[in-house]
Design a protein around this ligand. Sequence first.
Ligand code: UGA
Length: 437
Amino acid sequence: MQVSVIGCGYLGAVHAACMAHLGHEVTAVDVDAAKVATLAAGRAPFFEPGLDELLAEVAPTGRLRFGTDPAAVAGARVHFLCVGTPQRAGDYAADLTYVDDAVAALLPHLAPGDVVVGKSTVPVGTAERIAAEVARVQPEATVLWNPEFLREGYAIGDTLRPDRIVYGLEDGPRGERARALLDEVYAAALADGVPQVVTDLATAQLVKVAANSFLATKISFINAMAELCEATGADVTSLADAIGHDDRIGRRFLNAGLGFGGGCLPKDIRAFMARAGELGVDQALTFLREVDQINLRRRTRLVDLAREVCDGSLVGVRVAVLGAAFKPNSDDVRDSPALSAAAQMQLQGAHVVVTDPKAVENARAVLPGLAYAETLEDAVGQADLVVLATEWSEYRELDPETVGALVAHRRVLDGRNVLDPARWRAAGWTYRALGRP
Ligand code: UGA
């Protein structure tokens, strides 16, 4: 199938490479010439495990082309909209500039029978608006909403073997034709038995934000329990294990700590609240304000804890922050809890050195005022306090004796509840964590 992908960020670049891997002819476009040049040279413009290898695998087939000219999408039968919808500056709502620009660039190149497949996360109602614009310019083209659930760090596996495929379509023969075409694109996953939910446009758009809101709520729930644990001397990790055995609750996404960040959950819950307000049902999502607040409080709590273990003041304290990315296996620092806590500690007078296996360059671009170290050894050397802020496997597996030989004081804050307290304490460390005694 001839397909186009509009937007080559975390979603679009992975989607384009995966579609080419499946045998489709893919034309991917983006307005960012530097990003396009990197992709065209067969390299990923960001760190995503397996993406470089996938680009190298499909390059010799000639099935994947990158460019900046939107006219290149002409001839494709399915057009995937994969542009970002960040939070609007000074507002909770989503910034739809990139979506609107992408649609405007696509419209002149649509042919009868083409299907525009929306994958970007949008406020409910956007797909209907795009459908009206498409109908005005090319009445024989159709809009179908197909939300994306991939996680950074697992993006390729999530794209090739998603846990569900959701289509939002209009009723009638045109919707059915669009569905049949997209079924061809996803034939491999459908043949593998991936569950498919076919619904209307509004539901499909809501599915995505509902899923992310649920995940955010689950994380904030356990972090709220961590606050209770801190007040009572209880242990949130045991509590999560115990309630997680109930498979109605489930143990996944129940890890207490510094909370959620990244380019999706925080802005999605805020955009959802903003949209609910516009729809006159803001009360339905008031709880998401609390979810957001609980999440942000964890960052402040970690800084308070840092002050506590450093005898009441961070002034002049050398702090090594392990992790800058918003989660492991990613170089994404958007709304990173790790960087937020690092910056707050620096503002309180600490000398903060941040390290990360992949995200130092991105972090430096966002917060140039912090000090960075390329290696763990350089970061922890002579540290008065070590803060584990992103649970990369190399940090989870740290040996307390080896690190202990490098630091000035054996004090560790486990911001992700992944270290073994007994082992670190046995090695003479003051160990503190969020939600644990
Ligand atoms: C999230 C969703 O998980 C994807 O399904 C969705 O497609 C994506 O957003 C999106 O909207 O594009 P992602 O942002 O890659 O994916 O990251 P997650 O794995 O969901 O993690 C989000 C944050 O929650 C991270 O900062 C992570 O450290 C934190 N987290 C996660 C916790 O604090 N505790 C947990 O138990 C799990």
